[in-house]
Design a protein around this ligand. Structure first.
Ligand SMILES: [Zn+2]
Length: 107
């Protein structure tokens, strides 16, 4: 069987949405419906992050060194994207390249 990464993520996402519907119809009797729902929503967010990261284009510049990364992390709110555009530290440039901080999972 051939696995399509993004297709599988869509399936997982669908499954989580169904679980959430089910939760609304049949909440657990122990009063933890809210916690379950929050966890499911977090899982949905993470699925979206995974799909985005899968589609990010290949970096066109060298990865920055530790010192530069720290400047971006603790600096004035500007950061380089993986194609050297200037973006917000958690941003993606108009060409679809994520900031290095995002790419490296630092924020
Ligand atoms: Zn760019």
């Amino acid at each position: 069987m051939k696995i399509s990464f993004n297709g599988q993520l869509d399936d997982v996402e669908q499954g989580i949405v169904q679980l959430r519907d089910e939760l609304h119809k049949n909440p657990p009797g122990n009063g933890s419906a809210k916690q379950v729902e929050l966890a499911l929503l977090g899982a949905l967010d993470n699925m979206q992050l995974a799909k985005q990261a899968w589609d990010w284009p290949k970096p066109t510049t060298e990865a920055p060194n530790q010192e530069t990364l720290e400047e971006w992390l603790f600096g004035d709110g500007a950061c380089e994207a993986t194609d050297s555009c200037i973006v917000e530290p958690d941003g993606v440039c108009p060409h679809g390249h994520p900031s290095w901080l995002r790419k490296l999972g630092l924020i």
